[in-house]
Design a protein around this ligand. Structure first.
Ligand SMILES: [Mg+2]
Ligand SMILES: [Zn+2]
Length: 244
């Protein structure tokens, strides 16, 4: 039914309730150090720096994975993702977290295979067994010219790439997010698309500060139950429109 529908999810505070970067930092007791470095480094470098500290304290990568597995994941959001996948929607993630955090959490909840694509900052394990995070866009070159987005990632560019890769009749999007970084991709949506901002979070506040700038139809959600019911309703609506 949903073959022609692409659902694009932000990850932190959208799929999972918390921010995975901040969750790991607080679970490992590094909040104080994080606050010290916060204003001095761009986000991806800051996370890489925090993981250097984790490594130097002798904390193993599987301990980081255990923290991630404890992050709260609303059961209705898990079931929404499974249902959207079963309806044959194409599910993708665009996130400013990293490949290791996202894969660890989604595998733990048995839904990694529901997603066709995860666009995020690459993570790798170096020769010292230290987890490293690198920016999604190479920051040594001028990464992108978007003034709305941080240097390491413009989510709008990813939307452009995805839209360009799809045949005309499959370019129908539902975008779900919460943060400032989700505003640029929201502006890339068209009148036949939907955006689901998390209510009272920066994305919804930004959208409603000047709603006429957004072409897509806006549907806010607050709880996991609302997330599930609204997403399934919108998939249905798009599928019917496409058939007509
Ligand atoms: Mg987010
Ligand atoms: Zn952008």
């Amino acid at each position: 039914m949903g073959e022609s529908v692409t659902v694009i999810f932000d990850f932190d505070q959208t799929i999972i309730d918390d921010d995975s970067d901040l969750w790991v930092i607080s679970e490992l007791g590094l909040t104080h150090l994080f606050n010290q470095f916060r204003s001095t480094l761009p986000w991806t470098s800051l996370m890489d720096r925090m993981l250097k500290e984790v490594h130097s304290q002798g904390i193993a990568i599987n301990h980081i994975a255990d923290c991630l597995k404890r992050a709260y994941f609303h059961p209705s959001i898990i079931s929404a993702i499974k249902s959207a996948h079963a309806l044959r929607c194409d599910l993708k993630i665009i996130s400013d977290a990293n490949t290791f955090y996202i894969k660890t959490i989604l595998e733990h909840h048995g839904i990694w295979d529901c997603f066709s694509e995860v666009n995020t900052n690459p993570a790798f394990v170096d020769e010292e067994e230290r987890l490293r995070i690198t920016p999604f866009h190479d920051s040594t070159l001028s990464p992108h010219s978007c003034h709305l987005c941080p240097p390491n990632m413009c989510k709008g560019l990813v939307i452009d790439r995805i839209r360009g890769s799809l045949p005309e009749n499959k370019r129908r999007f539902i975008y779900i997010g919460d943060g400032q970084g989700d505003y640029c991709p929201t502006l890339k949506l068209e009148g036949s698309d939907f955006v689901m901002p998390r209510k009272d979070y920066p994305l919804s506040n930004r959208i409603f500060s000047d709603p006429k700038l957004v072409n897509a139809e806006v549907h806010e959600w607050s709880s996991g139950e609302e997330f599930e019911s609204i997403l399934l309703k919108l998939i249905n609506k798009l599928a019917i429109q496409i058939k007509m």
